[in-house]
Design a protein around this ligand. Structure first.
Ligand code: NAP
Length: 431
């Protein structure tokens, strides 16, 4: 019987320092919840002489073996980030019989399967609640609270930086470059913002969520990704006028066509629950056959919200240690389903075009769409731009393949000066 749970912490940056803070602030509550004290014994960092924002009664080291070979350490908490060397340290720790808690979506999305195999062999826990949507409980609800359901859809706003940017563009009419500069100044976006604005951060997270929701491995390479870099203030304004908002959505669906996993900007009706998720907040909407629709909302990043999920995982592992119940819930991918190629996915589309300002143009364009079975739900002739007219179209439900064929034809028409935007419309039933 353990009379203490001992932790080795890898990393004491934004999240690591908050883990220390929560364990310090809530020591007594955590003791009551676990039954024995939970204490950090060693912390691995890169620079030993760096001034730390918080005091901690633990030994600092730069050597992973100091932690992995310490027989008193039960749980290794990886909050250093990146793939190298974090992935190797996680695998080494699990192989040595340590339980591991991580916040690292990059490692989980890319190497989840390999890591679970080592954890199963060693009969230890591997928990990663903080790797998706920071403080929002979502992994454990999917694995446990919703385990009775067949999940058909997971749709979410799971990147706070882009949601902050799109909210600013919508509410204040600012353009992409100025909201990106503001997001960088506030520390929401990195100096190289590609992972966020290119949709790759959300893609890693939806790969993790889809794997758990559908019980079938989805890797980052299976996710179709489009970012928000081409979204303009014109599109934001037209969305508003038509009763929509533009959000960067991460979508995973499982139906008779296979698993469809995508990240892209989309028009969603302004009455949809995800439309009212603003700023850096995240939300995840889930459809299950028994529960119906559920939504999880909260802060998707930040030291304390993320550490809230990390410490909850620590408490879970600690309880398992006390009750000798570790490795009860590991990999939940019990099958491998086929994927639905993006060309076969269907949705209505918003299209913005600049066309010659003369009679018969609209009929020619409608004919080119019709030749690829793309029917137009609504056509709005908007402002003049120099000598061209701007057309805004919303299609009925159409396959991605047919839409692309139609757009290719239209781009080659002499009366079409520019196809400015093509954006999917989600959660709208224009069948
Ligand atoms: P961070 O502030 O950059 O801190 C990283 C820590 O790890 C630092 O203490 C650093 O040491 C240490 N470290 C990095 N590489 C190391 C190496 N090779 N050897 C030894 N120590 C090393 O990172 P963070 O923001 O806390 O993020 C940590 C993890 O949480 C990442 O996986 C991230 O994706 C995830 N996460 C973060 C957030 C968030 O809001 N920040 C939200 C969700 C998930 P020094 O202090 O000596 O430099």
């Amino acid at each position: 019987m353990n009379n203490m749970i001992t932790i080795g912490l890898l990393g004491m940056g934004t999240v690591g320092a908050s883990v220390v803070k929560i364990l310090n602030n809530n020591t007594n509550d955590i003791l009551q919840k676990v039954g024995v004290p939970v204490k950090i014994k060693k912390i691995m960092v890169r620079q030993l002489d760096k001034v730390r924002s918080i005091d901690v009664d633990a030994e600092f080291t730069t050597d992973i073996d100091d932690i992995i070979n310490d027989k008193e350490i039960d749980i290794i908490v990886e909050v250093m980030g990146g793939i190298i060397p974090a992935k190797d340290y996680i695998i080494k720790a699990l192989a040595a019989g340590k339980h591991v808690v991580t916040a690292n979506k990059d490692v989980v999305a890319k190497y989840g399967q390999e890591i679970f195999e080592v954890a199963e062999k060693s009969k230890v826990d591997f928990l990663f609640e903080a790797s998706v949507a920071g403080g929002i409980p979502i992994i454990r609800p999917l694995k446990q609270c919703l385990a009775a359901n067949r999940i058909s859809e997971v749709m979410g706003i799971i990147n706070g930086t882009t949601n902050f940017m799109l909210t600013k563009m919508t509410n204040e009419g600012l353009d992409f470059d100025s909201v990106l500069a503001e997001a960088q100044a506030k520390g929401y976006a990195e100096a190289d913002p590609t992972a966020d604005v290119g949709g790759f951060d959300a893609a890693r997270k939806i790969a993790i969520l889809a794997s758990i929701a559908f019980g079938s491995r989805v890797s980052i390479d299976d996710v179709y990704v489009e970012g928000i870099t081409t979204i303009s203030t014109e599109d934001i304004n037209y969305a508003k006028e038509l009763g929509y908002v533009i959000k960067l959505l991460a979508i995973a669906k499982d139906d008779e066509r296979g698993i469809d996993v995508r990240v892209h900007p989309a028009f969603i009706p302004s009455k949809h629950p995800l439309a009212s998720v603003h700023d850096v907040f995240n939300a995840i909407y889930i459809k299950g056959d028994a529960v119906g629709e559920t939504m999880f909302y909260g802060r998707g990043a930040g030291g304390m919200p993320t550490a809230s999920a990390v410490v909850a995982d620590i408490i879970d592992v600690a309880r398992n240690i006390i009750h000798n119940a570790n490795s009860r819930i590991l990999c939940t991918c019990y099958t491998q389903k086929s994927f639905c190629p993006v060309q076969n996915t269907e949705s209505p589309y918003y299209i913005r075009l600049l066309v010659a300002d003369k009679p018969g143009v609209l009929a020619a364009i409608a004919g080119a769409f019709g030749a690829q079975q793309v029917s137009l739900h609504s056509v709005i002739q908007k402002r003049k731009v120099n000598t061209s007219s701007e057309l805004v179209l919303i299609t009925y439900q159409v396959s991605d393949a047919n839409l692309r064929l139609a757009i290719n034809t239209i781009m080659g028409m002499s009366v079409v000066n520019k196809v400015s935007s093509v954006i999917r419309v989600e959660a709208e039933n224009f069948a």
